[in-house]
Design a protein around this ligand. Structure first.
Ligand code: SF4
Ligand code: SF4
Length: 386
């Protein structure tokens, strides 16, 4: 039996332990062979220079290239072999399909990854509604859902230690699940070490979203072959909005534990200013991304992933909306209700972070790091030619 399996692997050109390619992976492999002969798009993004370092495309290479692709759409609109040509080359779509597969392949626990892939939007909204409802009912049972104005004193609704325990558990789960996923991905695509120079280069590219510029600075293709920088701008608003909100939480933690100053903080205090600026970014960014998602050219991506994309966008948007509403009405009798709803949405966001679009950012940074490491090494193809 083992001999037969070994013969089958040999016939398929597979090394010991290597899994056969799935149909979407084989399609990326086919298209990369055509692109490797053509190379017209070499200057568009990191995918094509990385491709030229290879003659064959195994599973790990394909996962790496799929996550290196930023789905800008430029190579589809430039391609003379795009559909309806018989070669039917559509690199953004082929890469997007494999990318979606990698989110669930590397996810931990795997069952949650598969569930989220199939029902992303429904699962995101159901978690937010379910958790918010649970907290509302909890307050109702305690008789503290509607109270006289508490001057924004959140700890009168949920004690500080209860909040720390709830969010500590959810945050720790998200960090562990993401860390397991990205470690598996990194082990597969790049067994090796990154230098500090490579790490700095990859971080710079990730933070500037360099490869959403279409290779010429004019931006991505969205609904048609016109270039636009709006996707890059909305991504930046979303990412930096998220980071400002995170910074607000960190500063508030320092105020609490180091300076001994408990919430609520004044409207002009650092935690509130950071949170407000971040909240505005987290409203504008996801709203813009949803608009682009609804109008995206059908050939650009994998339409089956749209519910997953929209689930993440919706949770980000409602996290910000409920947070800003809580800030605006924190000194009213509606504060406890708004607080419970906001907490439910934030917990749903963090619980689903490892399975949807947030994970794509982490895997993409890992792919950019591999690219920065790889380009510092001699190409095995060039070495073989010498
Ligand atoms: S996408 Fe098309 S034009 Fe670009 S390198 Fe591949 S085959 Fe050539
Ligand atoms: S869609 Fe954009 S990022 Fe992806 S391979 Fe094509 S040019 Fe590169």
């Amino acid at each position: 039996m083992q001999q037969l399996e070994a013969l089958g692997r040999e016939a398929a050109g597979l090394a010991a332990g290597e899994l056969p390619l799935s149909a979407p992976e084989a399609e990326v492999g086919r298209q990369m062979q055509i692109c490797n002969a053509c190379r017209y798009c070499e200057g568009f993004c990191a995918v094509f220079p990385a491709m030229t370092r290879r003659l064959d495309f195994g599973k790990a290479d394909i996962h790496y290239l799929a996550n290196l692709c930023h789905n800008c759409g430029a190579c589809l609109h430039a391609c003379q072999y795009a559909p309806p040509h018989e070669f039917s080359v559509n690199v953004p779509q082929a890469m997007a399909t494999v990318r979606g597969q990698t989110y669930s392949d590397y996810a931990w626990p795997p069952a949650l990854g598969k569930l989220y892939k199939r029902n992303g939007l429904a699962l995101a909204l159901a978690s937010a509604v379910g958790l918010a409802l649970f907290l509302v009912l909890l307050l109702l049972a305690k008789g503290s859902l509607v109270t006289p104005p508490l001057a924004g004193n959140f700890y009168a609704v949920f004690p500080h230690n209860t909040l720390v325990a709830m969010f500590g558990a959810v945050f720790a789960f998200a960090v562990v699940a993401l860390a397991v996923g990205v470690t598996r991905f990194w082990r597969d695509v790049s067994p090796g070490y990154a230098t500090s120079g490579a790490a700095v280069e990859a971080a710079g590219r990730a933070l500037s979203l360099q490869y959403l510029d279409g290779g010429h600075g004019q931006g991505c293709n969205e609904a048609n072959d016109a270039f636009t920088l709006w996707r890059r701008r909305f991504h930046h608003a979303t990412f930096y909005g998220f980071m400002l909100c995170f910074a607000a939480t960190c500063v508030a933690t320092l105020y609490h534990y180091v300076l001994g100053q408990s919430a609520p903080y004044a409207f002009i205090s650092l935690p509130v200013l950071l949170g407000t600026a971040g909240g505005i970014g987290l409203l504008a960014g996801p709203a813009g991304l949803l608009w682009l998602n609804l109008h995206r050219h059908p050939l650009h991506g994998d339409s089956r992933q749209k519910p997953m994309d929209r689930g993440f966008i919706a949770l980000l948007f409602f996290t910000s909306l409920t947070g800003l509403a809580l800030l605006a009405w924190r000194d009213t009798s509606a504060m406890a209700l708004l607080f419970a709803i906001h907490l439910g949405v934030v917990m749903a966001l963090f619980l689903t972070l490892p399975y949807g679009k947030f994970a794509h950012g982490i895997y993409r940074v890992a792919a950019l790091l591999k690219y920065a490491v790889e380009k510092r090494q001699p190409s095995s193809i060039a070495a073989g030619a010498e």
